[in-house]
Design a protein around this ligand. Structure first.
Ligand SMILES: Cc1cc2nc3c(=O)[nH]c(=O)nc-3n(C[C@H](O)[C@H](O)[C@H](O)COP(=O)(O)O)c2cc1C
Length: 200
């Protein structure tokens, strides 16, 4: 049976969405069955409408990417979580989804499943690592096996060399560059390879 990878992310303006797509593609290239899922939007329309890029992304993905459900967590044998930085922490939208998984935690659904994470902040040093470390706190509680990219492939250096997870400083206004998309693709491959080895 193929490894089943759930790539679950939140993105307001599309940067993390692009990283999530690359992670999903990498996992698929290693034979994983993949679900790409977005955490539900929580912000009111007034906030979304105040930022044209946010509105455009919400409209572009509402029908093309399925919303994450708790069943996705049960289905998957490995996870990749993505979120933009919010003041050095994960977004409320992804956290709300995670915080709805108490029953799955209680049932031991997460035990020994490999997990990896990725992020985007506006600034190079605007909280990329702290966001991933904060997500990791959840994974310790879940009893997951955290799979960081580390420096396990030379291509990671070209993407900024973040050993905690792929990260993209979005301040330039354009989406992730090719080196970062390559790192995200690698992260999906790496997660799948580790999950395959763990399965034995
Ligand atoms: C409420 C809020 C808080 C943010 N906090 C930070 C921050 O602490 N550091 C930073 O560099 N960028 C911060 N940002 C910017 C986003 O993390 C950044 O634009 C990210 O690339 C957005 O990803 P997305 O396009 O996937 O939504 C913040 C944005 C918002 C709306």
């Amino acid at each position: 049976m193929a490894v089943r990878v759930a790539v679950i992310y939140y993105s307001a303006t599309g940067n993390v969405h692009q990283l999530a797509q690359a992670v999903a593609k990498g996992a698929q290239s290693r034979g994983a069955e993949v679900r790409l899922r977005r955490a539900a939007e929580l912000a009111p329309d007034t906030a979304i409408d105040a930022n044209p890029a946010w509105r455009a992304h919400v409209d572009a993905t509402k029908d093309s990417v399925a919303e994450a459900t708790l069943e996705d967590l049960e289905w998957a044998t490995a996870y990749a979580f993505g979120t933009p930085t919010r003041f050095g922490n994960p977004s409320a939208q992804l956290k709300q989804f995670i915080d709805s998984a108490g029953a799955q935690w209680q049932a031991g659904v997460f035990h020994n499943k490999p997990v990896t994470s990725f992020t985007s902040a506006m600034n190079r040093h605007g909280g990329q690592e702290s966001t991933l470390l904060a997500l990791n706190n959840v994974f310790y509680h879940w009893g997951c096996i955290i799979v960081p990219p580390g420096y396990t492939d030379p291509l990671l250096f070209a993407a900024g060399g973040n050993p905690y997870g792929t990260s993209w400083p979005s301040g330039g206004g354009e989406g992730p560059d090719q080196a970062t998309l390559d790192a995200a693709d690698y992260q999906g491959r790496h997660l799948t390879d580790i999950a395959t080895q763990l399965r034995g």
